[in-house]
Design a protein around this ligand. Structure first.
Ligand code: COA
Ligand code: MG
Length: 290
């Protein structure tokens, strides 16, 4: 099942919960954190719990993730206790400070899965690995694969707020170096965990052309999907992160060429050299094991 588009849905909004379900998103992230006002937190938690309960036996539709509050917020354990139940596919963990937080989450999930009669280990985790300055300095700890981690994402907003930056962009528009670095680290952590790298949100949700161009660039760099914040962004993201017919045809030719010459480590196709990294890329494009 592809994981290209993750649509954020504030969990305290009935309308958005309904709209999200009707979207073509590969996954929904019911948000209990930054999109929910402090006074609405208990209500959002109850709504997310009920919504999941109603879908406990649904196998179709988007995968169901919940973004809980950070582990040191005083809210996370109540969030997790409310939402870990059949029907939940994954937890999005914001603001971890190192992989020790992922280990803590893993142990809490084990207990809650056992209590809920779920298979222990079945709930996936999607950490947002660049939201705290501590995490940036502890980034190598995230390179140890954790079986629950199916995808990894990054964000520039909370990091710049924590640092006290006026903006995460330079005066002429591009991301400042710290955030380009954060984006690149996300690619490395995802690859070292055999997880999908999910690019951060594109805030201007009316700008479909800008989103499409930005997604194409992200895919070239190694991202496999993207966060969406509005249903209109889902189709653009799904299209941008799917291989085109031309890419599939080319990948098939590369794989076939190596199959025809099983003893070749390198070969030529249309006058261009191909070796093992190209074969790996082609197999990945075709969804074959690499
Ligand atoms: N998920 C599901 N439905 C959504 C949605 C979302 N993220 N964003 C908008 N919609 C719905 C709206 O409710 C509306 O449907 P309705 O007419 O049935 O109520 C429809 O899509 C059109 O919405 P629109 O009027 O274009 O946008 P808006 O002004 O209502 O909302 C935002 C704009 C930014 C507030 C909204 O998109 C949003 O809440 N995004 C998610 C924010 C979030 O979760 N942030 C945390 C992660 S960074
Ligand atoms: Mg945030």
């Amino acid at each position: 099942m592809p994981l290209r588009s993750f649509l954020f849905v504030p969990a305290d909004s009935e309308r958005k919960l309904a709209k999200g379900l009707a979207s073509e998103a590969d996954a929904l992230i019911l948000d209990l954190e930054d999109a929910v006002a402090w006074t609405n937190k208990p209500q959002a938690r109850r709504m997310a719990s009920t919504w999941l309960e109603q879908r406990a036996s649904d196998t179709a539709g988007p995968r169901r993730f919940v973004r809980v509050n950070p582990l040191d917020s005083g809210l996370a354990l109540d969030d997790l206790a409310a939402v870990v139940q059949p029907g939940l596919h994954g937890i999005v963990l914001p603001k971890p400070t190192s992989s020790a937080d992922l280990l803590r989450l893993h142990h809490v999930l084990e207990a809650l899965e056992a209590r809920a009669g779920m298979v222990v280990g079945e709930v996936s985790v999607l950490p947002v690995i660049t939201e705290t300055p501590q995490a940036m300095l502890n980034m190598n700890t995230f390179s140890v694969p954790q079986p629950r981690v199916v995808a990894v994402t990054w964000g520039a907003e909370d990091l710049s707020a924590a640092i006290g930056a006026v903006s995460n962009r330079d005066e002429d528009g591009p991301l400042a170096p710290l955030y380009v670095w954060a984006q690149s680290l996300c690619l490395c952590v995802a690859a070292s965990s055999s997880a999908v790298a999910i690019d951060t949100l594109y805030a201007d949700f009316r700008d479909a052309a800008g989103l499409a161009a930005s997604c194409r660039q992200a895919r070239r760099r190694g991202f496999g999907g993207r966060i969406a914040i509005h249903p209109d962004q889902v189709e653009v993201i799904n299209t941008a992160f799917s291989a085109t017919e031309a890419e599939l045809a080319h990948a098939r030719r590369v794989v076939e060429a190596f199959e025809q010459q099983p003893n070749a480590g390198t070969l030529s196709l249309d006058g261009v050299m191909y070796d093992m990294p190209h074969l790996k890329q082609a197999r990945r494009t075709l969804g074959l094991p690499t």
